[in-house]
Design a protein around this ligand. Sequence first.
Ligand code: AMP
Length: 401
Amino acid sequence: MKILVLNSGSSSLKFKLFREKELLPSASGLIEQIGEKDSSAQLSFLDASGNNKKVQLNEPISDHRKAIKIMTVMLRESGMLADLKELAGIGHRVVHGGESFQQPVYIDENVIRAIKKLTPLAPLHNPANLTGIEVATEHAPRIPQVAVFDTAFHQSIPAHAYLYALPYYLYEKQKVRRYGFHGTSHAYVARQAAQYLDTPIENLHIITLHLGNGASAAAIQGGKCIDTSMGMTPLEGLVMGTRSGDIDPAILFYLARESGLDIDELDTLLNKKSGLKGICGDNDMRHICESAARGNQHAKLALTIFCYRLKKYIGSYMAALGGVDCIVFTGGIGENSATVREECCLDMERLGISLDIRKNSTQQNTIHEIQKKNSRISILVIPTDEEYEIASQTVQVISEI
Ligand code: AMP
């Protein structure tokens, strides 16, 4: 059995191919700068002797149609997939499922219409995801396709956590509410944590911290999400690479009145020029940690603000969950930055969180624990695998058709 996972962005296409019942990864690739002069495509795969191979192609790729064609050719030439017809299914990452989708779904005309209808909630992402679906359908019309939504895992959040204290009609008429994102990652690492702890997920209270360029936290009770830090859009919550996370909304009125910034400028300010980048001019946590260690004050401040916000979310989710069994770090920063993990677990012993500095600073690429022996709360580092999660949900959906 072969399953292809597609993550179609406005100018990029990420893909990953899985094989066998166990969903072993066999090839993955990225096509970037679609529609630009300097577009490129790369594919990594394991050859017949199990060696890692890479192929790179630099040529103009005018649109997603051409991108899928190139992906197909690369997969064929690598010997990984002779034809898209060989696939048992295609799983698509779709960013916004609104309140319409609480589960992954088999894609048909109604689903496409519903995703289109949700475009105002994710104007950049949903149209790009739809392009991926449409083009894949043209190329492989008979292959079952499944949509897996970033928001779906958070649909279990109760109303008191997803509603904002705004006039209620805004929710009723315009669906203004918290949706949350990174759902596939939070769901995947929570399940992995339960497996690692050898405890049924139903008996666990878990806080998952997905810390990448985008960052979010989730409070998970018995396998169900009860709160998450991202909101109606991915802008709310933690400090991120270029996004502010939580701020006083009145700052926007102030800036509009005093500095004359218009809506688009405010949008760019908060989404692209804030967060770590806004504070210290860089959004790469590796550089920030290095600069902070060299004594750069802005880098130190950015790191401290990032970790302090994280710590506050951990505390509030411990309260929301009524106690926690396990905290999970994942994403590029969560998996790799011992400094961030240490700073945000610092002085939390009274709350049952005791990090083992030595274990924390030993880099490993597999799931591992980093708490002290006597820590009441387990602290795990778990490499996320959103593509695997999408592939496995795709298999689940197509097995039920
Ligand atoms: P992601 O969006 O999950 O790919 O994560 C990207 C973020 O992970 C960037 O801010 C990187 O700087 C950060 N990152 C990757 N490797 C490391 C590392 N070794 N130490 C600190 N941050 C890292």
